[in-house]
Write a protein that binds this ligand. Structure first.
Ligand code: SF4
Ligand code: SF4
Ligand code: SF4
Length: 213
């Protein structure tokens, strides 16, 4: 039995499209591709074969796209979370040591060597929000990579879990390829409508996710 509005998948987005100043990139086209990808997979049919109960919201494979690392659409708790990202790089243009980047970085990921007038970025702390690139008056900080961070296997329910982040930043084509491989793996190994995160917990991330497949 199918409940109204239940499609076997769900794609949510943040409100970046409403001219949010934090928005990193336009995600409308990616969202269209994601929906098409899901439609081709017939997840509703898959869930109907898997469970003897009516298909509900909690069965659906959930994806969320946020246009920046503020992650307002909660990609961390979805089966697949997609987050707009800019990785900054330091280019060979003199820095004036104004410290605008270090003062405005909410992650304290930039320090300025005032003696040599040079920024230093801690990539462990940096969340790839790109705000330092926007604010740098000399353009010493530039866009190194622009695309999407990806998190997999997040969920709520009885045992909530945040998604595990894949290393790197991915372009649209790579996001769709990863989505397709995740769904294939889920359909191959998922049992009784369990969440993708439970499948990953059984098999381990390293065994099944090669981030550049
Ligand atoms: S995730 Fe970023 S771009 Fe989207 S609404 Fe939130 S702050 Fe704005
Ligand atoms: S990209 Fe964002 S988090 Fe990373 S250093 Fe720049 S301002 Fe800080
Ligand atoms: S990198 Fe840019 S924003 Fe940061 S201190 Fe230098 S000039 Fe200022």
């Amino acid at each position: 039995m199918k409940k109204m509005g239940i499609k076997g998948f769900r794609v949510e987005t943040c409100f970046g499209g409403a001219k949010c100043p934090n928005r990193i990139l336009e995600t409308g086209h990616l969202v269209e591709l994601i929906v098409k990808g899901f439609e081709a997979e017939n997840l509703l049919g898959f869930f109907q074969e898997q469970t003897q109960e009516p298909i509900q919201y909690h069965h659906e494979f959930k994806t969320s796209v946020s246009d920046c690392p503020n992650a307002c659409s909660r990609p961390q708790i979805k089966d697949l979370g997609i987050i707009g990202a800019i990785l900054p790089k330091i280019v060979d243009i003199p820095c004036n040591a104004c410290e605008a980047c270090s003062v405005n970085c909410k992650e304290n990921a930039i320090a300025i060597n005032t003696e040599f007038k040079h920024p230093v970025i801690d990539l462990e702390l940096c969340v790839r929000c790109g705000q330092c690139v926007k604010i740098c008056p000399t353009h010493t900080l530039a866009i190194g990579e622009k695309g999407f961070r990806i998190q997999v296997g997040g969920k709520l329910g009885r045992r909530p879990k945040l998604g595990t982040e894949l290393p790197g930043i991915y372009n649209e084509e790579e996001v769709i390829s990863i989505l397709s491989k995740c769904i294939s793996f889920y359909k191959m190994q998922g049992k009784n409508g369990e969440r993708f995160g439970q499948v990953l917990a059984r098999f381990g991330m390293n065994e099944i996710i090669n981030p550049r497949f």
